[in-house]
Structures are given as C-alpha cells and as structure tokens.
Design a protein around this ligand. Structure first.
Ligand code: ZN
Length: 280
C-alpha cells in the first residue's frame, strides 16, 4: 500500500490525526478527481479548500475572465489578475496553496456537447455555477454519467446546499435519492432582461456556503458521516439561521422518475444563450 511521505504527513497532519480520515483517507483524497463548475463566488472557497485538503486532481470549468466587480466575493482571484481567464487565475493561486495538487483548467462553457465527456473524467462534480440553465445541465449530465453531485447556490443573503445521488437509486435509508429536478421542477424560462449583474449577494455568504460545499465534497469522497442526499440545507444570513429539510425523489421526474423523458442531453433545450442568473 502507498504511504504518505514525511512532508505530506506534516502538511496533512490535522487530517491524519482524525480517525475518520487517517492516512488511508488522506491517500484517498490525493487520488481523487473532482470537477468544479464555475470559478466564481462558490468556486473560490471550494477550490481553495479542496486544494489545501490535498484533493489530488481538480478540474475547473469557467469561460469567464476576472472582473473588478468579482473581487468582492471571489477570493481565489486578486486585483492583479483582473482581465485574466478565471481558470488561469485559479490555477496560479492554487499552485501557491498546494503545489502537490493538479488543477486542470477547462476554459470553456459547459454545454450539452461537452458535459458528459468532462464530467465522466472525474469522480464527483461540485456545482457553483451562476445560472439555472447550467444547473439543470450539470444535474442531468451528472445523473447520466453516474457521478455524485454536490450542489450549492447563493443569492442576496440566502444560501442552499444539497447532494444528489439519484443515479444510485436508493440511499442507506431505503428511500429513493432525489435529483435536482425532483426538488426544483421545470427549469424557469429565460429572461433576457435580467442579467447576473442585477442580482446582489453578500460577499462572505459565498465563503460560508462554498466552505460547507467543500466539506460535503470531502465527506462524499471519503464516505464518512451522513450524506446530504435527500436533504436540503437552507441558510438565511439576515436571520442567522440554518434549516435542513428532507427532500424526496419525484416518481414523475423527467430525468430520474419511473418514465424518464430525458435519456440524453440532446433531449433538452437548456437555453444556455439566455441563461437566467440564479446564484453562484
Ligand atoms: Zn429527479
């Protein structure tokens, strides 16, 4: 069996000392491949914590460049990188955080044409995208590729987080695992008048929810603790309150239900061109 070398034992000492992780779990993290959708508000803490944790191979999909208005919450980027592709900015920062980790930049937009190939190359997907079209596409592609999805969203002062494992059928409690569509139903129609810049968000909210998302990614990779599949966490920053609600699979879900209509990504018009800003 492989072992951690001396410098790894030191770098990851606070993980290795946890019986739930130990040297074996740390080696598992080093051998894991995670795809992060979006290097924005949620992607920033997510990428930083996954790299620091020693998740060995991290892919990141984002077609955008760093804008000055991003820096209020997108802490993986800094002022010197305004105008650079976000995936390159993130790669440079993560190399400083942990040179052991490989960051694979995908400077492109996730589309029905590339989603299955991209997602199929990783063990798990973490969605921090900023629009509904991409969220539905990530859900469908993760389900069809058979990959667990850790999904988070933020808007204004509210955050939400869940894990989707519908491709695996039933969870440990014997209940069917829901997918994103089971919870949120039909994709909202595009509204070209609303742009992402119109929607405000408290900067530190991205840090809070993106960090919780990183925790769930590590739990899913290691299979420790209680999975958030079948549960949705809601955070209200103005109320300073967390709420976790149970969510169930929809037997009529067009993707994971009993009579699925979506059998391939080409079956859906995601409307990526007029994507509505959801959150990130
Ligand atoms: Zn479903």
């Amino acid at each position: 069996m492989m072992e951690l070398d001396d410098s790894q034992l030191e770098r990851y000492a606070r993980h290795v000392v946890l019986p739930e992780i130990d040297e074996e779990g740390q080696l598992k993290l080093l051998g894991s491949r995670v795809l992060v959708i979006g290097a924005g508000g949620l992607g920033s803490p997510l990428l930083l914590y996954l790299a620091a944790a020693g998740v060995g191979h991290i892919g990141v999909v984002d077609d955008d460049v760093v804008d000055l208005s991003n820096l209020q919450r997108q802490v993986v980027h800094d002022t010197t990188r305004v105008g650079s592709p976000k995936v390159e900015s993130a790669r440079a920062r993560l190399k400083e955080v942990n040179p052991e980790v490989v960051l694979e930049p995908h400077h492109t937009r996730l589309t029905p044409a590339n989603a299955l190939d991209l997602i199929g190359d990783y063990d798990l997907v973490a969605d921090g995208s900023d629009n509904f079209a991409t969220r539905y596409l990530v859900n469908d592609a993760s389900y069809l590729a058979g990959r667990p999805l850790v999904s988070a969203a933020i808007m204004r002062f509210d955050g939400q987080l869940s894990v989707f494992r519908a491709h695996q059928g039933h969870g440990e409690d014997g209940k069917a695992n829901p997918c994103y569509r089971c919870l949120f139903g039909e994709q909202p129609p595009g509204d070209p008048k609303q742009s992402c810049a119109d929607v405000g968000v408290l900067g530190a909210l991205a840090g809070a929810i993106g960090s919780l998302q990183a925790i769930e990614v590590v739990k899913e990779l290691l299979g420790i603790g209680r999975s958030m599949s079948g549960r949705l966490m809601l955070y209200d920053a103005l109320e300073s309150s967390f709420r976790t609600v149970k969510v169930s699979a929809d037997p009529d879900c067009p993707l994971c239900g009993e009579n699925p209509r979506i059998r391939q990504l080409g079956d859906v018009d995601y409307g990526l061109a007029e994507a509505v800003c959801a959150a990130e």
